[in-house]
Design a protein around this ligand. Sequence first.
Ligand code: NHW
Length: 404
Amino acid sequence: ARGVPSNKDLDAAAKAAHAFWETQPVTQFSAERSAPELPEGAIQPPQKVEDVRQEPYKLPSAYEWCTCDVNDAQEIVEVYTLLTNNYVEDDDNMFRFDYSKEFLRWALKLPGYTSQWHIGVRAKTSKKLVAFISGVPARIRVQSAVVRMAEINFLCVHKKLRSKRLAPVLIREITRRVHLRDTWQAVYTAGVVLPKPLATCRYWHRSLNPKKLIDVGFSRLARNMTMARTIKLYKLPEQPLSPGIRPMHPADVPAVTALVTTYLQQFAIAPVLSEEEIAHLLLPAAGVVSSYVIGGEGGRVSDLCSFYTLPSSIIGNPEHSTLKAAYSFYNVATSVPLEQLMTDALILAKQDDFDVFNALDIQHNEAFLKDLKFGPGDGFLHYYLYNWRLNKELQPRQVGLVML
Ligand code: NHW
């Protein structure tokens, strides 16, 4: 199945020259550059905030910086429009991520956010928004260190301005603005290989609406299979299997925070989430995030499953314009088997008319992917840290963090 950017040959990528990334405090591919005997942790020590460069980096003369106010009805439409037309496509340019306005607001307005980290580039004369990069604050635990970081996402340069080295300017500028807030590390994910992945994870896809997925070229009819048999293969029960599973409510926030906190302790990299962050990230929001729990309201919550809504535009298909995809988020099973909880997630996503349920092979996902009829995609997702060295690459199952 397709739908997400795919892995370029890792070895070839490792040999590629990286005029920009070679200048940055990130783990490098070549052994001389990333000496394994160096200690794990910050690559460069923090500066003093007073010493951080005060002026924005220089853009080509036809462009200017702006901060995007995502609370503003018009500015969020500008960010949405830039991304919906120019953001990530799969290798065959059949699908492009179509993050909704509501989703972007949610993802960018995490507790403690600052619009200083929602950075746009406009054409000076037309004022048209032509590029964007964002950061939100997070506490990320890497092994035993809890580090204040920026989560960087939604880097996008208009298609007409590609390959002009604008991306490095955007990255330098957000780095400067993150430094101004006394934050010296960042985490980000990408489908492309850069120096140097901390972990390389794979997307798996579970068909919910196999006919549409085949019609639009997201998946193919397997050999020896008819459409009717394929539809039967992916058929799910109408109702969830776990009695009492219900949408998460505000009263569940403390119990869910406790559940998620304990769960995330087992991974080598995971976010540290406050009650406020859990409320923001997990309380159900239509068209953005869905979360279900098992347990008495306001009391103990034993299980949680959640997924977020990220449709893709289907490029140039006369019949279907969007693929409605659910992405696995945080799932914790203690009173029912994980496989049953995830079957319920599939059933609930199907009830909500999703076409496909996607999950990475991170967390404990490997345990259920095959049995629940997920198929491996061609898409890989590489995890990166800025200014933090780890001496050993992590296995996907050691990754607890989900980036949007
Ligand atoms: S990954 C999604 C990125 N966006 C897209 O793929 C959308 C479609 N593509 C584009 O808009 C999730 C453009 O192709 C982009 C590159 C803008 C991607 N990450 O301007 P040039 C994120 O948002 C390097 C990092 O000529 P372009 C995470 C590339 O390797 N670097 O290219 C973002 C080369 O450097 P090199 C990337 O095609 C994390 C240089 O850019 C990259 O016109 C950002 C070429 O620039 C990527 N995804 O524009 C880092 N793609 O050294 C945050 C390409 O190899 C770091 N490049 O020569 C932390 C900052 C904060 C630190 C705080 C302490």
